[in-house]
Design a protein around this ligand. Structure first.
Ligand SMILES: Cc1cc2nc3c(=O)[nH]c(=O)nc-3n(C[C@H](O)[C@H](O)[C@H](O)COP(=O)(O)OP(=O)(O)OC[C@H]3O[C@@H](n4cnc5c(N)ncnc54)[C@H](O)[C@@H]3O)c2cc1C
Ligand code: SF4
Length: 332
């Protein structure tokens, strides 16, 4: 296919092109979008290259005035994974970034691209199967291969969100900055993603002409620890079958804050509120991590060939909680 490549030098110029041209798409590292173009699942007339934008706020990791961190959307996954402050204070994000895709993809792929990548459902990605998500009239996965799809939150379409970083950011309470020709807005990461019940054709709240420019992490509290665990079929270059990010704060031996998100189970990062409620307010010694895991997914509705994800989500959550609790001393 043919397309035009434009290289804006400012964010305003990029947003203006995206707003004016319905067939334009932003490209960052290109590791997802170019494969979509090759497979015929994306057919943009114009690619708007984000790496030509001269804007220091779009790239790099900096501290915020309140003690949190801000990550520009064009920061590579490799730079997120290697950043000492992220690894120490936001371990779940550091671990998610370090374990996703391959070194080549992490070197080129950006955080903004990772959060905005399109679903990996085989049928969606196949040039010959025009499913509901591509404007067709049926979901091929319902009676086809649903092994990698969701066990909760499906509605006509049963994708899982492919981003590991999104799951970690949900547990860490991050927010995203969205820019357009009209200014910018800040959205909590959990409100950024939308499932097929809200919109079959897209996975987030970005409107035409808008770009994700940054991710902001809130300050961490004393005694907070986080972890990211991912179950996958192959050690490298593989998406999560199920993943879990958990962030706990333990004060005087009691869990005062618990935030747990799952990947691979729902069309958007899934908040394990049952686990959070079980943990909150409990003394570390009273916690049964198995019970915390058992309530991770409320009312799962697996497809015929992905029921394995139900115990996998419970076991992975159990393991994450047990590891976090083992890392805190009762007096911390
Ligand atoms: C072999 C392989 C294995 C992978 N495994 C994993 C994995 O295990 N876990 C995981 O999380 N990911 C995985 N990925 C996906 C990979 O992380 C993404 O392809 C990458 O992060 C996308 O970043 P990019 O900058 O290349 O995005 P691009 O390909 O440039 O863009 C991706 C999408 O986001 C849009 N976009 C890009 N930047 C912005 C922005 N700032 N604002 C709005 N929209 C934007 C683009 O229009 C496009 O639709 C894998 C990819 C490959 C090829
Ligand atoms: S699950 Fe969604 S993306 Fe996959 S075939 Fe069904 S409609 Fe298409």
């Amino acid at each position: 296919m043919t397309f035009r490549l434009v290289q804006p030098t400012s964010l305003a110029e990029a947003c203006a092109i995206l707003a004016d041209e319905p067939g334009a798409a932003p490209v960052a590292g290109g590791t997802d979008l170019l494969s979509e173009i090759r497979d015929g699942t994306a057919t943009p007339d114009t690619l708007v290259a984000l790496d030509s934008i001269v804007d220091a706020d779009m790239v790099g990791i900096t501290g915020t005035a309140d003690g949190g961190m801000r990550i520009g959307a064009l920061t590579t996954i490799a730079d997120v994974a290697a950043h000492d402050g992220i690894r120490e204070r936001y371990a779940a994000l550091g671990q998610a970034a370090a374990g996703l895709a391959t070194p080549q993809v992490r070197n080129l792929g950006t955080l903004g691209g990772n959060l905005n990548q399109r679903p990996r459902c085989w049928y969606y990605r196949h040039p010959l199967t025009v499913c509901l998500k591509r404007g067709g009239d049926r979901c091929f996965a319902v009676q086809g291969v649903g092994k990698y799809l969701c066990i909760t939150g499906g509605d006509r379409c049963f994708i899982v969100h492919p981003s590991d970083a999104a799951v970690a950011l949900a547990a860490l309470g991050a927010s995203v900055t969205i820019a357009s020709g009209h200014g910018q807005r800040i959205v909590p990461i959990e409100d950024y993603f939308v499932g097929p019940d809200v919109d079959l054709m897209r996975e987030n709240v970005l409107r035409p002409g808008e770009l994700l420019t940054a991710v902001t992490l809130p300050p961490t509290s004393e005694g907070q620890r986080s972890i990211y665990l991912k179950a996958r079929e192959r050690e490298s270059g593989d998406f999560a079958l199920v993943s879990v990010a958990a962030a706990l704060t333990v004060t005087d031996g009691v869990v005062t804050q618990a935030s747990v998100a799952l990947g691979g189970v729902a069309p958007t990062p899934y908040r394990a509120t049952g686990t959070e409620e079980y943990l909150r307010g409990k003394a570390v010694g009273e916690i049964d991590a198995g019970e915390a895991g058992a309530v991770a997914v409320a009312d799962p509705r697996p497809l015929p060939d992905n029921a394995y994800k139900v115990p996998m989500a419970a076991n992975l959550t159990n393991r994450a909680v047990a590891r976090l609790l083992a890392s805190v001393s009762p007096s911390s």
